[in-house]
Design a protein around this ligand. Structure first.
Ligand code: GDP
Ligand code: MG
Length: 905
């Protein structure tokens, strides 16, 4: 029933939209049912055929029918035109052919009844018309005024409305008559039908089959009306059409919508529920009756479609952006920078077989692929760009003024480096300053006897020197190579030479300890020749000075030589620019916070400058020179302690002055990130690649000797680490799990405990709490002040980790003569010791036909009834083995001793 109702609705909507006439054949047999939520479905309806007839019939009877009974159309037509008079005649004429057609099948009574009904209707309509004419006239006047405004905009709408209204009227009329028909008998049912060929559809819809039968019945007769539709109705329709066309500018359009509901609602009782339903539905879709069903059915579908279309459009309209790509980027950030959805990026990656989360980090290459794929251009930037312009901006030649040379003293251990440095300083202080040196800093300046100054740097060793150089800090201008005259060239002397050469720094040889009786400076000179160091006295270019640190001999000469060498080097720098320098050493001072000894290399460092060093930055709070005086400026080659860093930088870090805190932060944050990443790479190598895993497997058997190292200055710590790393072999290695500057703290202890490490303090002591914690946890803290002692100790400790070498010592052989089975004991072999001796508890091999069948230990050794410790050659004995019974006559027993031999590195 619902379906038929809907079909009724459909016929209502279909005819008005004449443009949809093509649809009718398409929708034949199918009615689209729509629901308020926007979905629709097609329903097959039985009235397909009839509808086809209706349509064929429709033009003919509908037009006249609508023209005839329509009470609405005539009145406005009347005022606007002379339409009303022609219409009433048209009405009777129009139904007549129809009635004629139908009447053939009707009885006389029926015909009478019908005629009566028609008459009544006509009378009523006449009255109605008259009444409405008055209304319409008044309205027409009003409308005439509005007409001009409306007509252009409304013309199309009106056409549709006209059609709709006409149809509604037809329907209403049909229903009127149906009602009338109902009142006399069931017979009239057939009466209105012919009259309302088209408009009956709703009625038919509501009433269903009986009408179908009726329709089928008149069909044979239909051709005549169809013929008339070509002739008679044609004028009628043409009449009807011009009428609305003419009237539409006038009053038809507004009139009909007003009238149609007015009449339809009260008149159509049987279909009222259906209409109510329809209207409920229609309000949702906003009165789209006349707009066809496409939009009605697809509120959601429409939205989806527009979205789909929009998606396509977006792709086309997508802006191409320049995407700035750092070395790594998260997918989220990449999507943001492209103004794309993260999901799209992930989809793209998936298509390439990579599964990622939105928070995953991808490298710049992948990111670039994605960005290009999505139609963006890419600008690759390196994070290190933040460091751009930080160092090495060239100075104009005329700005350069000469600067003091920076000297490093190197040499073998105990050749007198420290003594010499101290001697030079002391001598200088004595001659210059009355107050003496208040504190030791890693570098100091002295006055040269030739005028000018010389800067000495106290590096803990050449390892540290090279470590600093490796970080790009070329600090030293001249290396003073100390060689003890009584000792000659030693391994570290040679190392120092190669380090200096690698750095391209000129050497000055200081032959020390010439005060010693066994001093042989000549030997030193000749020995040096082997290492391509040709001193002046041997016709070379390398300056050499014989000194005695202890007795302060020839120190002036050394300083002179340095000054001469510096003149050759022509060392110059621009003092009037923002400073650049290098951290010589840094430490955390209890009272002063991080203290960095900085050697200024170019420009001038001033209090208040914002400095960056490694991953640390700070505002220079104070500058303290080597004599403990505060100074305001530190020029080129001037070493000064810098206070104000927010953390201790590392020795060898390059120092630069930057213009703002923001820039300082930017740089240090970048460096910190880099450090972290490097640490992560080092720490995470286990899972990084298969190759790494393989190498790890190879070294899996390697034992590690974990250490926590704390030192007084960064340089020492680095030297210690370097020395420790050199220890070890394939089987054992030292591993410094933590190294730092400062006293040993509780956290060091807990770290040591966690990794079962030993704690080493170099020139530092443990805090009280740390000491207590170490005692409690049984962790050894060892203090050193000489690196070599430290290294030797670690070496011997590591040696303890080496597995001992096993050495076999042959003892003797025995032959089994007979095997006895003894209850409780098991089998016992009666043997003759053929050579050497056998010993209880020692290792034995059982050899049968020159094949070793058992290896084990000799558990029992008996001579007669007594247990004995050993049996020598030529004697007989009884033997039993540990966990072995299967000895046989004729087997040979080989007895040997295994010795463990301790190894060392
Ligand atoms: P470093 O390891 O190179 O720093 O050598 P040191 O400066 O610690 O000196 C090692 C030892 O050599 C100390 O005992 C010094 O007293 C001694 N020494 C250093 N210079 C001289 C010198 O010119 N003459 C003599 N006789 N002994 C010296
Ligand atoms: Mg020393």
């Amino acid at each position: 029933m619902n379906d038929s109702n809907n079909s009724g609705d459909k016929t209502l909507t279909v005819p008005p939209s004449k443009t949809l006439s093509l649809k009718r054949p398409v929708e034949q047999g199918v009615v689209r049912q729509s629901f308020s939520h926007g979905r629709s479905k097609a329903v097959v309806v039985e009235k397909v055929k009839r509808r086809a007839h209706e349509t064929s019939k429709a033009p003919a009877p509908a037009a006249p029918a609508s023209g005839a009974p329509r009470p609405a159309s005539p009145p406005p037509a009347a005022p606007s035109q002379s339409a009303p008079p022609p219409r009433p005649p048209a009405k009777p004429t129009a139904p007549r052919p129809q009635t004629g057609v139908v009447l053939r099948t009707l009885t006389e009574d029926e015909r009478d009844a019908r005629a009566r009904a028609l008459n009544e209707a006509r009378l009523r309509e006449e009255e109605d018309r008259r009444r409405q004419e008055a209304d319409a006239r008044a309205r027409a006047e009003r409308e005439a005024r509005e007409r001009a405004e409306r007509e252009a905009a409304d013309s199309r709408k009106k056409e549709e409305e006209t059609r709709l209204a006409r149809e509604a009227e037809a329907k209403r009329k049909a229903e009127d008559e149906a009602r009338r028909r109902l009142s006399p008998t069931s017979a009239p049912a057939s009466e209105p039908e012919p009259e309302h060929g088209l408009s009956l559809a709703p009625a038919a819809g509501s009433r269903g089959k009986p009408q179908q039968i009726i329709f089928n019945a008149p069909r044979p007769a239909a051709p005549p009306p169809a013929a008339s539709s070509a002739s008679a109705p044609a004028p009628a329709s043409s009449e009807a059409r011009p009428a609305p066309a003419a009237a539409s500018p006038g009053g038809l359009a507004p009139r009909r919508p007003i009238l149609a509901p007015k009449l339809a609602v009260p008149a159509v009782k049987p279909t009222r529920t259906g209409e109510m339903k329809q209207r409920g539905r229609l309000t949702v879709t906003n009165a789209l009756q006349s707009e066809g069903d496409e939009r009605t059915r697809s509120v959601a579908a429409f939205r989806r479609r527009t979205q789909r279309m929009k998606g396509v459009v977006e792709q086309k309209e997508r802006l191409s952006r320049e995407v700035v790509l750092p070395e790594t980027i998260t997918i989220q950030e990449l999507a943001n920078r492209m103004s794309e959805r993260g999901v799209d990026v992930i989809k793209l990656l998936m298509r390439q077989g990579q599964m990622h989360k939105i928070t995953d980090v991808i490298d710049a290459d992948t990111a670039e692929l994605i960005a290009v794929e999505l139609g963006h251009s890419v600008k690759r930037v390196a994070e290190s760009d933040v460091e751009e312009g930080l160092f090495d901006t060239a100075d104009a030649d005329e700005q350069l003024v000469s600067r003091p040379p920076v000297v490093t003293i190197m040499g073998h251990v105990d050749h007198g480096k420290t003594s010499l440095l101290d001697a030079i300083r002391q001598a200088n202080v004595v001659s210059g300053e009355a107050g003496g040196i208040t504190q030791h800093i890693g570098a100091y300046q002295v006055q040269s006897p030739l005028g000018g100054k010389i800067t000495f740097i106290d590096t803990p060793g050449h390892a540290a020197f090279t470590a600093m150089r490796a970080r790009g800090a070329k600090v030293t201008d001249i290396v003073v190579l100390v060689v003890a005259a009584d000792d000659g060239v030693m391994p570290q002397t040679i190392e120092a030479i190669s380090h200096a050469k690698a750095a391209g720094v000129p050497l000055i040889v200081a032959i020390n300890k010439i005060d010693k009786p066994d001093a042989k400076p000549e030997r030193v000179r000749t020995e040096l020749l082997q290492y391509e160091v040709q001193v002046e006295s041997l016709g070379g270019e390398t300056l050499e000075v014989e000194v005695s640190a202890k007795q302060r001999l020839n120190l002036d000469k050394l300083l002179e030589a340095i000054t001469l060498q510096a003149e050759v080097l022509d060392l110059r720098a621009n003092p009037d620019r923002s400073a650049e320098g290098t951290v010589i050493e840094a430490r955390l001072d209890r009272g002063r916070g991080p203290v960095a000894t900085v050697l200024v290399q170019r420009g001038s460092l001033a209090v208040g400058n914002i400095v960056v060093a490694g991953a640390q930055w700070g505002r220079v709070r104070a500058l303290i020179d080597d004599k403990g005086h505060n100074c305001v400026h530190a020029g080129p080659s001037f070493p000064a302690e810098v206070l104000g860093f927010n953390g201790a930088p590392e020795a060898g870090d390059r120092v630069a002055v930057v213009e703002s805190e923001a820039r300082a932060r930017e740089i240090t944050e970048y460096r910190e990130r880099q450090k972290r990443e490097q640490a992560a790479v080092r720490g995470g190598s286990a899972r990084s690649s298969l190759a790494d895993m393989m190498s790890q497997l190879k070294t899996a058997g390697r034992k590690e000797f974990p250490l926590v190292v704390k030192g007084d200055v960064q340089g020492s710590v680095e030297a210690i680490i370097a020395a420790l790393e050199k220890l070890g072999n394939d089987e054992v290695a030292a591993r410094v799990i933590h190294a730092g500057v400062g006293g040993i703290t509780e956290s060091d202890i807990s770290l040591a405990e966690a990794s079962k490490a030993a704690v080493i303090g170099f020139n530092v002591r443990a805090h009280k709490e740390a000491r207590e914690a170490a005692e409690k946890l049984g962790i050894e803290i060892r203090y050193y002040n000489i690196i070599y002692n430290l290294v030797d100790d670690v070496k011997s400790a590591m040696s303890g980790l080496l597995p001992p070498t096993l050495r076999e010592t042959m003892l003797g052989n025995a032959e089994i003569r007979e095997v006895f089975a003894i209850s409780k004991i098991g089998k016992v072999a009666g043997c003759l010791v053929t050579d050497g001796m056998v010993e209880r508890g020692q290792h034995v091999r059982l050899i049968r036909d020159n094949v070793v069948v058992h290896e084990g230990k000799l558990s029992t050794l008996k001579r007669f009834k007594d247990e004995v410790k050993e049996v020598v050659a030529g004697m007989e004995c009884g033997m039993a083995f540990e966990n072995y019974q299967d000895m046989r006559q004729g087997d040979v027993i080989e007895c040997y001793r295994v010795e463990e031999i301790k190894r060392s590195l």
